[in-house]
Design a protein around this ligand. Structure first.
Ligand code: MGD
Ligand code: MGD
Ligand code: SF4
Ligand code: MO
Length: 726
């Protein structure tokens, strides 16, 4: 007799004919999963699988990783450089020399006519560390523009700013292993199960062995909120009030760690004076969390032997993003939860190499966490690169979010965009379109030629993607992972590293400088420049990184391996070695719902898509789960407006309008809608993006809209160019 499964057809996994598995690292999110790509006898990439012995993912991949090998030949990859004299004319195919000569001469023309800073460079969090460093050498050391930044301003700049203010330096102090030791996890504005599925799986694995409280702060009932012990559906943009109030209760009830505060921090008195104003009764009226819950969370957190906070864009993308991060650091400093197993302020990073750009790209300063403002740092790098230190500016230039307005005012005339797609990902895209039309010259360097921003370019440079190249990514827990080259770049596309080095040759100063040809050659410069510093790479090599499946910096010369946690000895990076407790008054400066625009517009991500869908929109097994722009809307609110499930609705803000399909769900409260930002001509037509004063990061998640049903679905879908069918 047959029982159970045996009665059914057994699951068969198709034989893909893999003859060789090649080690590399996933190129999507910052989790940093080790991945192997299977090649068939013809050298084609036909499969991906997780690496069993890798500490990060232990054999697992999320569904983006599982289909990642399909990227190499996905549609609309760029294979040859393209050029046109006038925007919107048809492109013509050109040789690499023609394209690079044109870009080089346009940079020189613009700088010659309008000054060095009139040409700007906007990069990404998604190329290799060695490529970032080389781009920095080119932008700072050869081209010499101070208007050089990256899309990390849309993503991690609040975390960077908050870490610097509290601890004196960037650098997430904790690691995934903290889940093994913590007794309380507070997760603010992070939807870990969808956005970092493998970090979430690490957490779940620990929870199966040992129970500890999970507290999720998010205005939506996310998948994370559904599994939490406590869900705090906070009023958007008011996390700082909650954090101040948690500190209030902890100090009021004497639950703080006196010894730690005394030994390792300063600023306590001013901080205590400020949080005294945020009693739970007052705070609950602003942040929407009832006072007993605030007290309960504060006591649970402070009484835990070790407690940690993780956060992502719900904190960073806010007008008080940087303050929110400092507020989290304050909480962990007063409870003595920095630098110990299970006690941490761990910012969950976004893009695969958002950390690598912070460390090495020179966007906000100089390589290896050096500052333009420091004479010694300028001299260090100038002598290493063989240039005059006076060539460097003495202060950082514009952030990405200030570069676009500077194009509007005519201060910037030329722009080079590398691996980012602001026509879909920036706030108020109608304004971005006009801004790009103001440029005398735009060059777009991307792996895909159909990236929306390319519609406005004069030159398109086709770049190799992910494992078509070699180099490192640093993940959320400071782990330097190696992406080994698996297949050659598509068509005649070139690795970004090659493009940057070739561009340098178009400049007199660049011809005199050394640009190593291989990524490993560049890595040697990183080793030397980081020796003895906080982010020491000197004990790493490519082979050692591959053997250990990633190494966490610092890894000093001769050390067996890296370091899981920072600040273990309570010594911080401020001049006096102490961390700062910083008072943070809350200023309510968001656009809020009112009578005319009665809904909060919240935006974020879904598990199967990555950002602007240049990649995941073309992978059938990902796109089929979420092919259409849609919004989550509460059924009660929808009923009042006559909006029905599965129909279309028009959203209007003070900036513009967008049409989306309606998904009715209790995930969102009646006064809020949520839209994944992956689709072009969609949510960012509506967003306002007020900037955080410290980090210049936009408040993508907070603005106000009105909603009306749209009768004609046909018109709606034509209007909405986003329904791409690759
Ligand atoms: N599948 C997938 N994974 C990704 C990415 C992707 O595009 N797709 N992108 C990667 C990148 S670059 C990033 S930055 C991360 C982002 O990762 P997450 O930040 O986890 O993702 P989001 O969906 O942007 O936002 C998280 C949550 O913030 C909440 N939120 C909105 N406003 C507030 C608020 O005022 N307070 C609080 N507490 N919460 C609020 C939203 O409701 C949302 O559920 O994901 C990375 N991983
Ligand atoms: N409304 C709203 N807007 C948001 C957000 C939100 O939550 N809500 N989140 C913001 C955040 S956190 C982020 S990080 C941004 C992301 O916004 P973008 O950076 O604009 O998004 P991506 O689609 O990842 O763009 C990366 C581009 O790089 C290309 N690319 C990939 N690999 C390579 C490579 O190796 N070389 C080159 N040259 N190109 C490559 C891809 O094809 C793609 O076009 O969006 C921001 N915008
Ligand atoms: S969790 Fe992130 S790093 Fe891991 S497979 Fe998924 S997208 Fe890649
Ligand atoms: Mo991001």
């Amino acid at each position: 007799m047959l029982f159970g499964r045996k009665k059914k057809n057994p699951i068969k996994i198709a034989d893909k004919g893999v003859v060789d598995w090649k080690y590399t690292t996933c190129g999507y999110c910052s989790t940093g999963c080790s991945i192997e790509v299977g090649l068939d006898a013809g050298g084609q990439a036909v499969a991906s699988r997780g690496v069993g012995g890798a500490d990060v993912n232990r054999g697992k991949l999320c569904l983006k990783g599982i289909f990642e090998h399909e990227l190499f030949t996905s549609s609309n990859r760029g294979s040859v450089p393209l050029m046109r004299e006038k925007r919107y004319d048809p492109f013509r195919e050109v040789s690499w020399d023609q394209a690079l000569d044109k870009v080089g001469s346009e940079i020189q023309r613009i700088q010659g006519s309008y000054g060095r800073d009139a040409f700007a460079v906007v990069s990404t969090g998604q190329i290799m560390t060695e490529e970032f460093y080389t781009l920095g050498k080119l932008a700072r050391g050869v081209i010499g523009t101070n208007n050089y930044d990256g899309n990390t301003t849309l993503c991690m700049s609040s975390a960077v700013s908050g870490y610097k203010r509290s601890f004196g330096s960037d650098g997430p102090p904790g690691c995934y292993d903290d889940f093994e030791h913590t007794e309380c996890l507070l997760a603010i504005g992070s939807n870990l199960p969808e956005q970092h599925p493998v970090i979430f799986w690490r957490l779940r694995e620990v929870l199966e062995k040992r129970k500890f409280p999970i507290i999720v702060v998010d205005p939506r009932v996310t998948m994370f909120a559904q599994m939490a012990d406590m869900h705090l559906p906070i009023t958007p943009g008011t996390d700082l009030v909650l954090l101040n109030s948690l500190a209030h209760v902890i100090l009021d009830e004497g639950l703080e760690d006196h010894g730690y505060i005394e030994a390792n921090t300063n600023g306590y008195e001013d901080f205590a004076k400020l949080v005294a104003q945020y009693d739970p009764t007052t705070a609950s009226k602003i942040c929407g969390i009832d006072e007993d819950t605030i007290r309960n969370v504060a006591r649970t957190y402070a009484r835990a032997g070790a407690a940690m906070t993780i956060w992502t864009m719900g904190i960073n993308q806010s007008t008080h993003g940087s303050d929110g991060v400092v507020g989290i650091n304050n909480l962990n400093l007063i409870t003595g939860n920095i630098g110990k197993p299970g006690g941490s302020s761990l910012s969950i990073t976004g893009q695969s190499n958002a950390m690598g750009t912070r460390e090495w790209s020179s966007c906000s300063g100089l390589p290896g966490y050096r500052a333009l403002e420091s004479e010694a740092d300028r001299e260090d790098i100038a002598s290493f690169w063989g240039i005059d230190p006076e060539f460097f500016p003495k202060k950082r230039g514009l952030f990405q979010t200030d570069i676009f307005p500077a194009i509007e005012t005519g201060q910037i005339k030329g722009l080079w965009i590398i691996a980012t797609n602001p026509m879909t990902s920036m706030t108020n895209t109608a304004r971005i379109r006009k801004t790009l039309e103001n440029l005398e010259f735009l060059v777009v360097q991307d792996a895909y030629q159909d990236v929306e921003t390319n519609e406005y370019s004069h030159v398109y440079l086709p770049a190799g993607l992910w494992a078509e190249k070699e180099g490192c990514f640093t993940n959320t827990e400071r782990r330097v992972n190696l992406t080994r080259n698996v297949v050659p770049p598509y068509g005649d596309s070139k690795p970004d590293l090659w493009i940057f080095s070739e561009m340098a040759k178009r400049f007199e100063q660049g011809r005199k400088m050394r640009f190593p040809e291989t990524a490993e050659g560049v890595f040697e410069e990183l080793r030397q420049l980081s020796k003895g510093r906080m982010l020491d790479y000197s004990g790493m090599s490519y082979d050692k990184i591959e053997q250990q499946r990633g190494i966490q910096w610092p890894c000093t010369e001769g050390a067996q391996t890296g370091t899981p946690r920072l600040y273990v000895d309570g010594k911080f990076q401020h001049a006096d070695g102490k961390a700062k407790l910083i008072p943070l008054p809350f200023v309510d400066n968001n656009e809020r719902p009112d009578e005319e625009y009665p809904f909060w517009l919240n935006s974020g991500r879904v598990v199967e898509h990555f950002h602007t869908r240049t990649r995941t929109g073309k992978i059938g097994n990902l796109n089929k789960f979420s092919p259409t722009p849609y919004m989550e809307m509460n059924p009660d609110a929808a009923r009042a407006l006559g909006v029905v499930h599965g129909s279309y609705a028009r959203l209007t803000s003070r900036r513009g309008d967008a049409v989306v399909m309606v998904q009715l769900t209790q995930r969102v409260p009646p006064n809020m809608v949520f839209i994944p930002f992956h689709f072009h001509e969609c949510v960012n037509r509506l967003t306002l993006g007020l900037l955080d004063p410290h980090s210049r990061q936009p408040a993508f998640k907070h603005c106000a809209v009105k909603i009306e049903p749209v009768a004609d679905q046909q018109a709606a879908s034509v209007r909405n160019k986003a329904a791409r069918t690759y």
